[in-house]
Design a protein around this ligand. Structure first.
Ligand code: PNS
Length: 163
């Protein structure tokens, strides 16, 4: 069964990300959620927090064959190191598509054994993004339907501290 890597910044992990992960588990033997650890790209949440949110959601949902880890450097190399043969990405529409198509082509050039599989966001998650979660949370809005309930309070508290 094919192992795939689901990479991203996950700043933070949303219900949209969780939906993609859960649906991918029906298609792949194993899915490794790979959190980018890049000091050049500033994230609001620390790497440890981002990993903890993902692991908590995986555990709370009882998702078998899913795990999370951090990666640095090229994604194409990480896919090889993990013994995977596919990158998984979720897209919400045409704006995401251009970026994903370029990334898939470059990852394939860097690692010819690396395919990219794209899942369309479910309609109820089309408008959900990490940046919107951060903005709504910072302004004191309800993020309860946007992130997993196991992480909601922690994410909301951290975001409110930013105002
Ligand atoms: O959630 P994001 O920020 O859209 O995820 C982007 C990510 C992490 C998938 C992308 O930036 C990435 O793969 N970075 C690792 C460095 C790399 O391999 N860059 C070349 C991509 S073709």
């Amino acid at each position: 069964m094919t192992k795939c890597v689901y990479p991203g910044s996950f700043d933070p992990f949303t219900q949209g990300h969780l939906d993609i992960l859960a649906r991918a588990l029906a298609l792949f033997g194993e899915v490794k959620v790979a959190v980018l650890n890049n000091t050049r790209k500033r994230c609001f949440f620390t790497l440890e927090e981002r990993l903890a949110f993902i692991r908590r959601a995986i555990e709370a949902e009882g998702l078998q064959n899913a795990s999370a880890g951090a990666f640095e450097g090229l994604l194409a190399d990480y896919v090889s190191r993990e013994g995977a043969s596919c990158v998984l990405r979720g897209i919400r529409g045409a704006i995401d598509y251009e970026y994903e198509a370029a990334m898939a082509a470059l990852n394939k050039r860097l690692n010819p054994g690396c395919e990219t599989a794209v899942l369309m966001a479910s309609p109820e998650h089309i408008a959900v993004s990490s940046s919107m979660v951060r903005e709504i949370g910072r302004l004191g809005g309800d993020i309860g339907s946007l992130v997993h309930e196991a992480n909601r309070d922690m994410i909301a508290e951290r975001l409110l501290q930013d105002e």
